[in-house]
Every structure is written in C-alpha cells, then in structure tokens.
Ligand binder design. Structure first.
Ligand SMILES: C[S@@+](CC[C@H](N)C(=O)[O-])C[C@H]1O[C@@H](n2cnc3c(N)ncnc32)[C@H](O)[C@@H]1O
Length: 217
C-alpha cells in the first residue's frame, strides 16, 4: 500500500504546471496548497539533498549570481548559497519558501527567497550566471532564460523523460521527449545532455530522467 506522503506527491506530480497564469486563481491556489503540503509535510517524500546533477555541474565553477526557478523548500538554493553563490529563488508555495528562508537562516547563509510565480518574477536582462530549473516546467521560459542570463551563463535542468510518465501520471510541464531539451535550447552551447535511468528526486524511484547543462554563448 502507498504511504500518504507518496500519494500526496503523486497527486502533486500529476499537477505540476509551473506554467504561468493557466487554470485561474482557484486552480493556482490549489496547486500552491498541494506543493506546500508536499514540500513541508513530515515525513518528506522527496530528495531533500541538493540535486546531484546540479552539484556536479557547478563543481569548480566560480560562484556568481544564481537564480532558482520554482525553488520549492530551497534544497538547491541553499546548497548554492553555501558554495558562495549569491542566490535568488522564487516559488508560489509560500510555506515552502518560508521553510527555505528558515533553513538558510539556520545554515547562516544569505538567500533571497520570494513568493512569486514565474509570470510575476522579473528575470531581468543579462543578470544571472546560473539558472536552476529542477523538476519545474520551463518550455514557456526559454526566451526569458536566454535574455536574463549573462553571456557565458548556464542553465542546469533535471526533469522526467516521457517514458517516466508511462508508469505514473506526471504533469506534461516537467516531462520531455528524447532530445527535446537540446532542441529547446538550440541557441545555447550544450555542455551536457543526459537521457538516462536514475533515481528521481521526486517520486524517489528508478525512472527515466533528462538532464541538461547549457551555456549562453
Ligand atoms: C517538483 S517541485 C520542485 C521544487 C524544487 N525545484 C526542487 O527541485 O526541490 C515543483 C515546484 O514548482 C513550483 N511551481 C508551480 N508553479 C510555479 C510557477 N508558476 N512559477 C514558479 N514555480 C512554480 C511548485 O510550487 C513547486 O515548488
């Protein structure tokens, strides 16, 4: 039998949208509440450690300004802040953002954490050395990511492959076809693309994942 946190997580994964103002205010509020529950309920049902691909892709990079889109409870943002990055993160799930702020305080690192959706956040122009998109919807953001990265800045992405959605229901926003990410980021220099089996940070099972690290020329 599935545990309650897993069931809540499965429902949340089904509804991942992170896609701007779709669905109306009530649907957005329901999604916020869902993610607040998943990201703060005990026991936590996802990988609370920083995403391993992000850790690998940032190893040895000189820290600069980083943005974590849909930061959740801040596992990746806090990791980056601990490595010396100047980190901004945002997410509409207010309790998750509050948890991130609290954790940052306890860890003694500075973190700018905002309760916002992607359609409310001003990405700016040539602002960021690194943008993290970990299990969040991003198809609608590619142009904004490009414009807001500094030349030489990087995106680091992990998401589900379409095959992962055969076994469980996952919202299409975080599900990608083979080679879809390199195609979406074709104006970028692709530094690493992986299409592979691995343990998903959400779902916590072996599944089919896609990962991209790409650099703005
Ligand atoms: C699977 S969680 C990933 C959280 C975090 N990136 C991580 O890897 O731990 C998806 C996150 O997307 C956030 N989200 C949903 N809609 C969003 C939107 N329109 N803009 C920004 N974040 C959004 C949710 O609140 C949730 O925290």
């Amino acid at each position: 039998m599935q545990s309650l946190p897993r069931i809540i997580l499965a429902i949340a994964l089904t509804l991942i949208s992170c896609g701007g103002p779709r669905g109306g205010a009530q649907a957005q509020q329901r999604e916020v509440e869902r993610w607040n529950r998943v990201l703060t309920a005990e026991p936590l049902s996802f990988n609370t450690q920083p995403n391993a691909f992000l850790v690998e892709m940032t190893r040895g990079l000189p820290p600069g300004k980083a943005l974590d889109v849909g930061m959740g409870q801040g596992r990746n943002a806090i990791f980056l802040a601990q490595q010396g990055w100047e980190v901004t993160g945002f997410d509409p799930a207010d309790k998750a953002v509050a948890a991130a702020q609290e954790q940052a305080k306890q860890a003694g690192v500075k973190l700018t954490a905002l309760v916002l959706r992607d359609d409310q956040f001003d990405f700016g122009k040539e602002q960021w050395d690194l943008i993290v998109l970990s299990y969040v919807a991003l198809r609608h953001l590619v142009q904004r990511l490009y414009d807001s990265l500094k030349p030489g800045g990087r995106v680091v992405i992990e998401a589900f492959h379409r095959d992962a959605a055969k076994a469980v229901s996952i919202g299409r926003g975080v599900v990608f076809e083979t080679n879809e990410l390199p195609r979406l980021f074709d104006r970028f220099r692709i530094l690493r693309y992986e299409d592979t089996e691995g343990r998903g940070d959400f779902g916590m099972q072996n599944t089919h994942l896609v990962r991209l690290c790409a650099q703005k020329p």
